[in-house]
Design a binder for this molecule. Structure first.
Ligand SMILES: Cc1cc2nc3c(=O)[nH]c(=O)nc-3n(C[C@H](O)[C@H](O)[C@H](O)COP(=O)(O)O)c2cc1C
Length: 314
């Protein structure tokens, strides 16, 4: 491809490496190409399964992955039905919310994904995708469009603004929704009425035909840096910062402590003693072994212990 360029990049550890990199100026791309690259990299995207209704009472149900949460107070979510790339026509969902500014946003989970995809077929106006995709319409409690019974989380919303982003094929239309009421399935809740993130099994959209499923095998926690500030990677000892063994994630964990750790005289670790005994003749080997051991401890989230090991070599 003509965009292939050689580029110099500076790695985290200030070593200059040469990388091959494709540089794209969006103004030079066709709409389908822009869509292709953007959808592959802005991913994964959550899926809004939007139920809308027109003035005559015809119901529509379609998925939109140009969707996210933008504010908690007021509670605002936005999704975007684009003008069709093929022929620059508008989608029924957009036409419906312009007529009746209300929507139910149903969250898409793994057990629904094939039917959700079916609902995205371009059925003619007036065809109800609840029937076509085999979902059960359940009356909402505040707004007119029905909810999807099979969805584990449904949000009844008022459409407070619709903002067209252009008139060309592919232009998005921001449907700005205020969430009025949420319906959360009991099976997702723990004893304290909090959502157990492991139970939802969201699916999300990536590029082309790719989706991903969120489940316990790919969920992990990153402790939130709270009001106390992390010391920062620039404050780490030089030998740690330039380690060829510790990764960016390892350094991130070490740098999230609130004060620079000091050697704890009471810290006693048999493996540390062994390393010192075997490798103290060679400072390079000693540092390598200590970094490997610290890395193992960081993988087990033993941050304090990892610091003590690293302080032994710094
Ligand atoms: C998972 C998924 C996500 C989609 N996301 C969008 C989107 O964000 N914007 C869009 O315009 N179309 C999106 N589509 C395509 C629409 O769902 C499709 O054009 C649908 O037919 C629109 O229906 P309507 O004309 O009845 O509103 C998506 C399709 C799928 C399967």
């Amino acid at each position: 491809m003509e965009y292939l360029k050689e580029k110099e990049v500076r790695s985290q550890k200030s070593k200059v490496r040469i990388a091959l990199c494709m540089i794209l100026d969006l103004k030079d791309l066709k709409t389908v190409e822009k869509q292709y690259y953007l959808q592959h990299v802005i991913a994964p995207r959550p899926i809004c399964f939007a139920s809308t209704i027109d003035k005559a009472g015809n119901v529509n149900l379609s998925p939109f992955s140009f969707f996210n949460l933008f504010s908690s107070n007021p509670p605002i979510v936005i999704f975007s039905p684009s003008r069709r790339v093929r022929n620059n026509t508008t989608k029924h969902t957009l036409e419906n919310v312009l007529e009746v500014p209300e929507v139910v946003i149903n969250i898409v989970t793994y057990d629904m994904v094939q039917q959700v995809s079916l609902a995205s077929c371009e059925y003619p106006k007036g065809i109800n995708e609840f029937a076509k995709a085999g979902f059960t319409a359940e009356p909402a409690t505040i707004v007119k469009p029905p909810m999807v019974k099979e969805s584990k989380v449904k949000m009844e919303c008022n459409v407070i603004e619709i903002k067209p982003l252009g008139q060309e094929a592919g232009s998005g239309n921001l449907v700005i929704c205020e969430v009025l009421r949420m319906h959360i399935d009991d099976t997702l809740l723990d004893g304290n009425k909090k959502i157990d993130q492991r139970k939802i099994h969201h699916v999300a959209r990536l590029g082309s035909e790719w989706y991903c499923k969120v489940d316990e095998t790919n969920l992990f926690r990153v402790p939130k840096p709270n009001t106390e500030l992390g010391i920062g990677i620039d404050a780490l000892p030089a030998s740690v910062r330039s380690s060829t063994i510790l990764t960016g994630n390892d350094l991130g964990k070490l740098a999230n402590v609130h004060t620079m750790p000091l050697i704890e005289p009471s810290f006693d670790d048999a493996h540390l003693r062994n390393i010192i005994q075997y490798y103290s003749v060679s400072p390079e080997e000693l540092e390598k072994e200590l970094h490997l051991y610290a890395k193992r401890l960081l993988e087990e989230n033993k941050i304090n212990e990892a610091w003590q090991i690293l302080l032994a070599s710094a």
